[in-house]
Design a protein around this ligand. Sequence first.
Ligand code: ATP
Ligand code: MG
Length: 567
Amino acid sequence: MANAPVQRMSQLLVKTLRDDPADAEVLSHKLLVRAGYVRRTAAGLWSWLPLGRKVLANVERVVREEMDAIGAQEVLLPALLPREPYDATGRWDEYGGELFRLKDRKGGDYLLGPTHEEIFTLLVKDQASSYKDLPVILYQIQNKYRDEARPRAGILRGREFLMKDSYSFDLADEGLDRSYALHREAYQRIFQRLGLDYRICAATAGAMGGSRSEEFLAPAEAGEDVFADCPNCDFAANTEAVTYEPQPVDGSAVPALEEIPTPDTPTIETLAAALGVPAAATLKNLLVKVDGEIVAVGVPGDREVDMDKVEAHFAPAVVELVTAEDFAGRADLVRGYVGPQGLGEKVTYIADPRVAPGTSWITGANKEHTHARNVVAGRDFEVDAYVDVVVVQEGDPCPKCGAALRLDRAIEIGHIFQLGRKYADALKLDVLGHNGKPVRVTMGSYGVGVSRAVAALAEQTADEQGLCWPREIAPADVHVVAAGKALQTEVALDVAGKLAAAGVRVLVDDRSGVSPGVKFTDAELIGVPQILVAGRRSGEGVLELKDRRTGEREELTVEEAVARLTA
Ligand code: ATP
Ligand code: MG
């Protein structure tokens, strides 16, 4: 290994700041700016200074090594792209305001790539002609461009940001499963090596035709994603992707359905209060129209319906809320008093799994000012389909082990996705199969937020003193601090040279005219994992080694220090 030269703070382009930047809301933003890793150039646009560039390059290296290890091949495509392929897939328009669109001098339309499915599909169409050319996995590490509505979280959400994007091309579904599994494992190794605490979350199943998709989430306060996290087992999922099976109970002992007069109880709250029962004992029935047909959605009275889940269930059909007109002339639809036991034949009834067979409810009696109690699912009404439609809450049972779920905030650091044939269909990507006939190729796409991972790692590892990198990612292995006097600087530079000669990456604070206190504070802020101080006992050849994370200190001779740091 070639020895890296010693980085001298006296020459390094770094100006640490005592105060947080005024516009910074999240910890990583504050610390990366204060420690001189990055500078804001404009909203969502960042310049990486020498220390930051090193950290970013280290993350890139880990990503590159693990992608190469699964046989992925690195390429580099333009970031400035023509419009036509994105027209073919519809994304020129669908991308909406996030897409940077621009014109060249001849008036031609271009975009800055937000992600490259189209261009990779065309590349493989150009290069692969038969089944012998597949499978293939291609990747690049490149700046992506998205005109984010709120680029406020510093490096976490840039308008220009570094992404590793890869794309797999396979002949058959089993091949896609294999490419997907390879990526999943590579991502596990990447995030493990980066020292990130992460969870793999099932993303929305939903409308995409059953294609598999998982997100890699790094739990952090600054995160913009909320996910359901089990403290007891490995279950983790996007809140939209938490699903339950109905658990039938024995309802045979429940007395017969009984109607009860309930004047002035148009809402669940007023009803529960009037009857002295918890809202959870009531069944609330929301009416929607699906492609014009009325559908009732039953959920426990204490729960909210998640319209996104309802829409995902019925997609591509269009879901609308009912209006007053829809009640007109319908004896079975009494506004505020709808119950599933009296719905007309043509009304489809879908219910949350909590409305399981045998469960008993208080619900509308389909008459003004009247409710019914002892209304039993499967006895008094039928459920056409069980669908998870409620908003997940903290404390809901884990679908895997039953423990109380937590809702935690996290940063999305990676995403793996089985695309299937969507892009291959749009751009007609076929190769000749074994029998000489053309076969449509199936694809996956996979992203790692490389620059975002730097900020996510900062979020998870920083402490009150500043950044605190794991060694593999840090801008140096050791930060040598010369406390101030000429002799101390001499000793510091001497040990720095010896360490560098032994292959250790060294940053040495040899600045003159800077107080030892400021140097110590800066070393803590910059966050190199080991701090080696040439201080009071430099004359005797004794240095102090401090672990940045634990704060543990130890006195060592120069030789011992070199031995320790090269171990
Ligand atoms: P988000 O929901 O955070 O906007 P996304 O779903 O749009 O993310 P993808 O399109 O899957 O993200 O992109 C792949 C990866 O690129 C993400 O997992 C994330 O780590 C990273 N990424 C996405 N948008 C940004 C951004 N604006 N700044 C930095 N990294 C980003
Ligand atoms: Mg996004």
